[in-house]
Design a protein around this ligand. Structure first.
Ligand SMILES: CC(C)(COP(=O)(O)OP(=O)(O)OC[C@H]1O[C@@H](n2cnc3c(N)ncnc32)[C@H](O)[C@@H]1OP(=O)(O)O)[C@@H](O)C(=O)NCCC(=O)NCCS
Length: 390
């Protein structure tokens, strides 16, 4: 019998030119660029172009992509109705996004066309639709009317505009853009793998991306930043209540949680055994965002909590090399931009959508069914017993 590798850990199943995750060195390369070089400088559309075409766009190409995406922001009315109904029923935002995304293909003018051009077009429609779907859901959840997309604004700025109805300041847009770029792709993570598995059956791009949304919803993947921020809030509240300092409260909280066997959200990674480089990129973005702001205490307190949690994890689980991951600083950046914790996972999806579509296109080119095996541990040769005999 072949060796069993639970969780497919360390298994390489395909080639990609999209991103490389070096877990031992703590390096992330996106389309040839170190993440530290690319994420804080590029517009989201530039990184999207890079993943789709393996080079940065010229000015004219960037303008064309932006204009194309703007036109694709308008989604079928039934998709709007679906996310609004999901909000009325207080469904999870990722469920709303999954429902809405599956209906975007009603706009597809050539649904049976399987050419690369048609798939690229489908992928761009989904990338453009995600902010519309999430913002419409969010406003319905607040009992507010949907805000129409703003043709004057680019992808990241328009998302913030559609959430609030007001143009966001430049610092918030830059921080969001840095965040979306940081999470756009990350090797064969669970949701990307799920998308590639689906399309490897020669199914379609929309099915693959809808499946990826489902995979991203889980707290071990994209659902961690909300709880990571809640942890900081809870420690702040305890420190106020008990008139203790954040440092000792964070230490006590972490020790209790680890003692109970809890997973501390925002820490640990399947691939990174050193600090997640995305955490540093987002730490710098958070530091810029909170600079000179009145609510800077949350940033400072989060850093203290991080230090104490890492120390407690090292004491409780020596040698496991559990480090801060991307989700911890995601929480701070997105909170600093003004997003509610409920919006963290769908905002991750808005960023990751570009990586999903590029991987799906790559998998279509590879055209190899992904089909691992399982080791059967059940009985053999059972005999059928009729109902009256059981
Ligand atoms: C991401 C994650 C699922 C990767 O885990 P993994 O590769 O499956 O690692 P394992 O589950 O094998 O963990 C190894 C050990 O570290 C512990 N560990 C890993 N992450 C931990 C965390 N965040 N808090 C507490 N303990 C943790 C495990 O309990 C295990 O301990 P044990 O050997 O005593 O049983 C895990 O680190 C985790 O659950 N993190 C919290 C969720 C999170 O932040 N997700 C976002 C990822 S970007």
């Amino acid at each position: 019998m072949s060796e069993i590798i639970p969780g497919l850990e360390g298994i390489v199943v395909s080639e990609t030119r999209l991103s490389r995750v070096d877990g031992e060195a703590g390096r992330l390369t996106i389309g040839g660029f170190p993440i530290e070089e690319l994420a804080p400088r590029a517009a989201y559309e530039e990184v999207l172009f890079l993943l789709c075409h393996d080079r940065l766009p010229s000015q004219a190409e960037l303008a064309a992509l932006r204009s194309d995406l703007r036109q694709r922001r308008v989604v079928p009315p039934v998709a709007i109705a679906a996310v609004q109904e999901a909000a009325e029923r207080k469904l999870h935002p990722m469920d709303a996004l999954r429902m809405g995304a599956s209906l975007v293909s009603l706009n597809d003018s050539a649904p049976r066309d399987e050419s690369r051009g048609a798939n690229l077009s489908r992928g761009l429609s989904l990338v453009a639709a995600f902010p519309t779907l999430v913002a419409t859901y969010w406003r319905a959840l607040q009992g507010e009317q949907a805000v129409a997309p703003n043709p004057e604004l680019d992808h990241a700025a328009n998302y913030l505009y559609m959430l609030t109805g007001e143009a966001a300041d430049a610092a918030a847009v830059r921080a969001l853009e840095t965040y979306l770029n940081t999470v756009i792709d990350h090797g064969l993570n669970a949701s990307t793998f799920a998308a590639r598995v689906i399309v490897s059956t020669r199914s379609d791009l929309t099915s693959a991306i809808v499946g990826a949304i489902g995979a991203l919803k889980g707290p071990l993947h994209g659902g961690a930043p909300g709880p990571a921020l809640d942890m900081v809030f809870e420690i702040q509240a305890r420190s106020l209540r008990n008139t203790t300092d954040i440092k000792s409260e964070a230490r006590a909280w972490a020790e209790q949680a680890i003692g109970r066997g809890d997973r501390l959200m925002g820490f640990g990674h399947r691939v990174y055994k050193v600090r997640d480089p995305r955490a540093d990129v987002l730490n710098r973005a958070a530091a810029d965002l909170f600079k000179n702001r009145d609510d800077r205490a949350i940033y400072e307190d989060a850093r203290t909590v991080e230090t104490e949690v890492l120390a407690a994890l090292e004491r409780a689980k020596p040698g496991r090399r559990i480090q801060t991951n991307v989700e911890f600083y995601t929480a701070l950046v997105l909170h600093g931009i003004g997003l509610d914790t409920e919006l963290f996972s769908p905002t991750f999806a808005i960023g990751r959508a570009g990586g999903w579509m590029a991987h799906v296109l790559e998998q279509i080119d590879e055209d190899r069914l992904i089909r691992p095996r399982a080791a059967y541990i059940g009985d053999f040769d059972r005999e059928w017993v009729a109902m009256e005999g059981r």
